[in-house]
Design a protein around this ligand. Structure first.
Ligand code: IPM
Ligand code: MG
Length: 349
């Protein structure tokens, strides 16, 4: 068996955290005997600089023809909007469910009292191919003064497929799903709630509840343990999942898997290109490591290896070394953490 990975390091700290993916995949290949071919393609600002296009056709083609896509981060100079590459990629790959697990590891320092966050284990499912990021019309509006419009559009099919996937995953977890919307104001949210309730009838073993997004953002940091699966639309999921990064100690620790009904998945850390720390060698590589674990699990059918990797990450988080975002006194950088993790991981396979 050969695993073909399209690797899109992107911008800022993207290429720096991608190094750990190479290290970890080399370990997997060595220990399992599976051949893993990793080919790199430009995306984002880097691709604009090289080709004028944030998502060049060769990059898209390689992504569609791969077994899995690993993305670092995308971001760049104002006005260029390289982020559009990520949205295009999600749309063209038709990966509509962005899975963002948020699990606290005991002993890791956060801004919260330990008893508030301990035991938190949430799986966010963020719909990722519709909503305000894609709806038309979108853009500047001609008129007497400067104006602009974004359109939140959802149809029942888009909601239904994300919901069905969410309920299926809730069945495999603790059997509870919280759907987040703004049904007291938004028409798309009322439709969202209606469709989620219809899908819920097919999953009688899953307990469903609904929260308005403002209340959900409050409860997320007041009582994070109350959540199991959180299902929500694109914009709300983008915001809530960054907020949830604080629960585990750093946004730099979260990975994500964006999957569809079939075809390759898109795997990327939740953090962005972090231009403020790019090039300094201090980016936290563990978000990318979690992303590789998700890829092994959802993209390569290797759940045992994925679990071993998650255990390794948990161990490094507690024993160190860790980057300064987790411990301001730490002198360890991306490379040191990456090498320690790869060595621990190798010893577990
Ligand atoms: C994320 C990012 C992207 C998004 C940006 C870069 C377009 O914030 O993956 O959460 O909003 O989806
Ligand atoms: Mg985001």
């Amino acid at each position: 068996m050969t695993l073909r990975i399209a690797c899109l390091p992107g911008d800022g700290i993207g290429p720096e955290v991608m190094d750990i993916a190479h290290l970890l995949l080399a370990v997997v290949s060595k220990q399992s005997g599976i051949q893993i071919d990793v080919s790199e393609y430009p995306v984002g600002q880097k691709a604009i600089d090289e080709t004028g296009d944030p998502l060049p056709p060769e990059t898209l083609k390689a992504a569609l023809n791969s077994d899995a896509v690993l993305l670092g981060a995308v971001g760049g100079r104002e006005g260029n909007w390289p982020e559009s590459a990520v949205l295009e990629l999600r749309r063209k790959m038709d990966v509509f469910a962005n899975l963002r697990p948020v699990r606290t590891v005991k002993g890791v320092v956060t801004s919260f009292r330990p008893e508030v966050v301990e035991g938190t284990d949430i799986l966010f499912i963020r719909e990722s191919t519709a909503g305000a990021y894609f709806g038309e019309p979108k853009g500047p509006v001609q008129g007497e003064m400067r104006a602009a419009v974004d359109t939140t559009y959802y149809n029942e099919a888009q909601i239904e497929r994300a919901a069905r996937l969410g309920f299926g995953l809730a069945q495999q977890r603790r059997g509870s799903l919280t759907s987040v919307d703004k049904a007291n104001v938004m028409a798309t949210s009322r439709l969202w709630r209606e469709v989620v309730n219809e899908v819920a009838t097919e999953f009688s073993d899953v307990k469903v509840d609904h929260l308005l997004v403002d209340a959900a953002s409050y409860l997320l940091i007041r009582q994070p343990q109350r959540f199991d699966v959180v299902l929500t639309e694109n914009l709300f999921g983008d915001i809530l999942s960054d907020e949830a990064g604080a629960l585990v100690g750093s946004l730099g620790l979260l990975g994500s898997a964006t999957i569809g009904e079939s075809g390759p998945g898109l795997f990327e850390p939740v953090h962005g290109s972090a231009p403020d720390i790019a090039g300094r060698g201090i980016a936290n590589p563990l978000g990318m490591a979690r992303t590789v674990a998700l890829m092994l699990s959802y993209g390569a059918g290797m759940p045992k290896e994925a679990q071993a990797l998650d255990e390794s990450i948990d161990r490094i988080l507690v024993q160190g070394p860790v980057t300064p975002d987790l411990n301001p006194d730490s002198k360890a950088g991306t490379k040191e953490v990456s090498e320690a993790l790869a060595a621990d991981f190798e010893s577990r396979l």
